[in-house]
Design a binder for this molecule. Structure first.
Ligand SMILES: [Zn+2]
Length: 230
């Protein structure tokens, strides 16, 4: 049973998954539009050619758009762990927030509680690994910034969704010795893009949005690789 209001708001924007496709990624977005109504209209408009499986409003209401066994159209050109077609192997969740373009603001606690509950169900149903719960910016770092540096990834990890790095002495080492692109690639990022490290910081080291490899960022990256065995 869901603790949050759930409303069916079907979108026509979806297609079949490949016969051998496995849902192995959970991609979180912000809507990036002035209001929830704008976002819901767009996600359900056949002309927009975009959708997601769910949208979570700021009051915790969950809108269901596309059945999980169908391929929704949320990630666009993107890749993770060396493979493309993120839409074909993911569930996409939109989280209402105006985003960097229309007045980026913190995600309310009740909204995050609804996101956590929805996502716990998704990762359990599809056996999605914690390291494969990602932001749109992780899989499309050169195009996207969502859900952004205000998103409460550590709080979500504390509720059993995704992973948050807790560096230890094992993760120390001179930054100069770190081949950061190689480490990013090992974790799953496409390291070729110029903004992969910035996307990493947005998700895992939001106090430092420089796109440059400082000691704290590299420690967090080493910690994630150690914790996940990647
Ligand atoms: Zn997005």
């Amino acid at each position: 049973m869901s603790s949050f209001r759930r409303i069916d708001r079907p979108s026509p924007n979806h297609g079949p998954r490949a016969a051998d496709a496995r849902v192995e990624l959970l991609i979180l977005h912000y809507t990036g539009m002035p209001s929830a109504a704008h976002a819901l209209d767009r996600l359900c408009d056949p002309a927009s050619q975009v959708s997601a499986h769910y949208t979570v409003d700021e009051d915790g209401t969950v809108y269901a758009h596309v059945p999980e066994d169908r391929r929704a159209w949320h990630a666009g050109r993107s890749s993770w762990r060396g493979a493309g077609d993120v839409n074909g192997r993911s569930i996409g969740v939109e989280i209402v927030n105006p985003g960097h373009e229309f007045g980026y603001r913190p995600f309310p606690p009740v909204q995050m509680a609804a996101v956590a509950e929805l996502c716990r169900g998704i990762v359990a149903r599809h056996a999605i690994a914690p390291a494969d719960v990602l932001g749109h910016s992780d899989v499309a770092p050169d195009r996207k910034e969502d859900p952004g540096e205000l998103f409460d990834w550590p709080g979500l990890a504390a509720q059993g969704v995704g992973i948050w790095p807790t560096p230890s002495q094992a993760d120390d080492g001179p930054v100069a010795d770190a081949d950061v692109a190689a480490l990013l690639g090992r974790y799953g990022y496409d390291p070729a893009g110029p903004r992969a490290l910035l996307a990493f910081q947005r998700h895992f080291h939001p106090g430092t949005l420089t796109g440059a490899a400082d000691a704290g960022t590299v420690r967090s990256l080493r910690a994630l690789l150690r914790l996940t065995g990647r």
